[in-house]
Design a protein around this ligand. Structure first.
Ligand code: SAH
Length: 408
């Protein structure tokens, strides 16, 4: 019988030959080969096929997935020439990723987390999140698309207590890989519209089929716990609240009152549900649908003030050319937040734009405090939670950064 999956596990891979002196990043084990570095292709690889990448003088560098439509023409699977790219390879890489998360979440009351973080887990373009007994995947590259059925099979036997695997590859970056959006059941049962999860004692309900990303901002888990430390007795403003993750953590820790602001009515509906789900008093929370930029101005005009403010805006920088405009946006909301903070108050300010560097972000926040006439101290630098790790050879994997500033 012919192999139905039609994956050339044993064929001689095509070769990508780099231009002279373009091998440095691969020697540093950065997993991307840009189209501009390529001199020629020997063979006729199809999208997602495994190719070998060689220096101009024929030295072997890496084996990766070919993506003819993308500027990132090859994404490295392995830097070991003896490593075949086959079912066993995916099984091992996934096992390694899952082992790390098992250790990270041992002894916590948390059953939702990222299982696979793409390049940083040695699986470029693959995102896998777990919500209790459900797994939600994004296949963001030609290579992961090609190996989808194998990856799903591996997850099926590696993830304990699994009921179903669902695909949420409904993201624009697939276009750059020549892929169309894809969503739906991949294995097992179809998840319900809302999946209940636990995170450090908080309960949340996640829309895995329609929510942002794969449904929930899992990357903020440790930062929600950090907000809880400062929340006791606080009057808190949670700007860009989405489904109120920070609000629940703060209220459970004893916050006096939280205002959740978001432009999405459906996100705030779920935020309201979360208050009840956690047995919290709804009188301690206001939900305001609107634009953060104008609402903060209105609060300033009304002389309102807060003890704790969380600013967790969406990604403002999608391309380097956005950086100036985005910087103005970050400075604007941070200045307003400093103006609204009471003396002794605490600001949690985030940027999830990978292209916004830490130094620049700190400078913007410092300028914002200065313009607001406030003096502030950095108490913590925050990051994405460790189930979203960053490989040292892939600094692009580090995208979420946050500062906790105390106004003195
Ligand atoms: N803090 C959230 C995640 C925030 S994601 C959490 O921990 O779960 C960013 C949110 O900002 C989204 O919910 C989006 O609807 C909202 N948003 C984007 N632009 C906005 C604006 N100008 N005013 C208010 N909300 C906005």
């Amino acid at each position: 019988m012919a192999n139905m999956i039609n994956i050339p596990e044993t064929c001689q891979p095509a070769s990508i030959i780099l231009k002279p002196k373009r091998e440095k990043s691969l020697l540093n084990r950065h997993p991307w080969v840009f189209s501009g570095a390529i001199a020629r292709t020997d063979g006729q690889p199809r999208p997602g096929d495994t190719v070998d990448v060689l220096t101009a003088d024929g030295r072997w560098l890496t084996r990766g997935a070919y993506s003819p439509q993308s500027q990132i023409r090859v994404r490295a699977w392995s830097f070991d020439q003896a490593q075949a790219i086959d079912t066993g390879f995916f099984d091992k890489r996934l096992q390694r990723a899952l082992d790390l998360r098992r250790q990270l979440l041992a002894d916590t009351d948390t059953n939702a987390n990222r299982l696979v973080a793409g390049e940083s887990d040695g699986l470029p373009g693959l995102i896998v999140d777990r919500y209790d007994c459900w797994v939600v995947c994004q296949f963001l590259s030609a290579g992961t698309e090609r190996w989808k059925s194998i990856i799903v099979e591996c997850l099926d036997h590696l993830v304990p207590n699994l009921i179903g695997i669902y695909e949420r590859s409904d993201v624009d970056i697939r276009k750059k890989e020549g892929l169309v959006p894809a969503t739906g059941r991949l294995s097992g049962a179809e998840p319900p519209d809302q999946v209940d999860i636990r995170e450090n004692g908080c309960r949340y309900r996640v829309d895995v089929k329609g929510g942002h990303k794969t449904g929930f901002y899992l990357d903020q888990r440790d930062n929600r716990a950090c907000v809880a430390v400062y929340a006791k007795g606080a009057d808190m403003l949670n700007a860009f609240a989405y489904t109120g993750g920070f609000a629940v953590a703060a209220l459970r820790a004893g916050a006096a009152h939280v205002v959740n602001i978001d432009s999405s009515a459906s996100a705030l509906d779920l935020a309201r549900t979360h208050v009840a789900l956690n047995g919290l008093d709804s009188a301690r929370v206001d939900h305001v649908i609107g634009d953060v930029f104008s609402l903060l101005r209105r609060y300033r005009a009304d002389d309102r003030s807060f003890d704790v403010i969380v600013l967790d805006p969406p990604k403002f920088v999608n391309a380097k050319s956005d950086l100036m405009r985005a910087s103005r946006g970050y400075k604007d909301i941070n200045r307003l937040a400093f103006e609204l903070l009471r003396p002794g108050g605490t600001l949690f300010t985030f940027s999830c734009s990978g292209l916004m560097g830490r130094d620049l972000f700190q400078k913007i926040v410092a300028d914002a405090a200065l313009d607001a006439g406030r003096h502030a101290l950095i108490l913590h630098w925050l990051n994405q939670s460790p189930d979203h790790p960053t490989a040292l050879n892939f600094p692009e994997g580090s995208y979420l950064k946050g500062l906790v500033c105390r106004v003195v």
